[in-house]
Write a protein that binds this ligand. Structure first.
Ligand code: SME
Length: 174
């Protein structure tokens, strides 16, 4: 299926209008046959196209050493590993809670992968009752995220949670 998803980032960005558009496009973009990684990568591209955030990406939980590992993302190069409880991402995982950080400089232990990032939203993803990944959104604007983002993004993330890789006969289907 061909997709030509274009959003005008120059128009005043009204999230109340933009989110329904994005949710609609995400529903048609999501590919049940493609696995988690492919869909997560497209989700990052879709949010970047729709909102122009500085960094949009996933970190996946590696239980063996309690570490988050960099997953699909859009934006500048980033830290590849984050320990549980470290930074905003590691804290969201540890507490199993979404974290809205209006000013990253005020967040003790914030990991500054880029000094351009000023505010942040991190949302844990679940599978089989456990946190398996986090979505990390970084903005160059202070106080750029609020409850309305969480409310709009959580239903979209359900599709990705449903696509979390399962192990069948020893083979990881991703
Ligand atoms: N800011 C994050 C680290 C990840 S990067 O910004 C991409 C944190 O403190 O968890």
């Amino acid at each position: 299926m061909a997709h030509n998803l274009q959003y005008d980032l120059n128009e005043p960005l009204n999230r109340a209008e933009r989110y329904p558009q994005i949710a609609h496009d995400w529903a048609s973009l999501f590919d049940t046959n493609a696995g988690w990684t492919a869909n997560a990568a497209n989700f990052c591209a879709l949010l970047t196209a729709g909102f122009g955030w500085w960094w949009v990406g996933f970190y996946r939980v590696r239980s063996a050493d309690s570490t988050l590992i960099l997953g699909p993302f859009q934006g500048p190069v980033a830290c590849t590993t984050i320990a549980k409880g470290r930074g905003v991402c590691g804290t969201a995982w540890d507490r199993d809670l979404p974290m809205i950080v209006p000013d990253v400089d005020q967040f003790p232990g914030h990991i500054a992968c880029s000094s351009s990032s000023r505010s942040e939203l991190v949302i844990p993803l679940h599978a089989m009752g456990e946190v398996v990944a986090v979505l990390d959104l970084d903005s160059v604007r202070l106080n750029d995220f609020g409850p309305q983002d969480l409310e709009a993004l959580l239903p979209m993330l359900e599709l990705l949670q449903s696509a979390w890789p399962v192990v069948v006969s020893g083979e990881v289907l991703d």
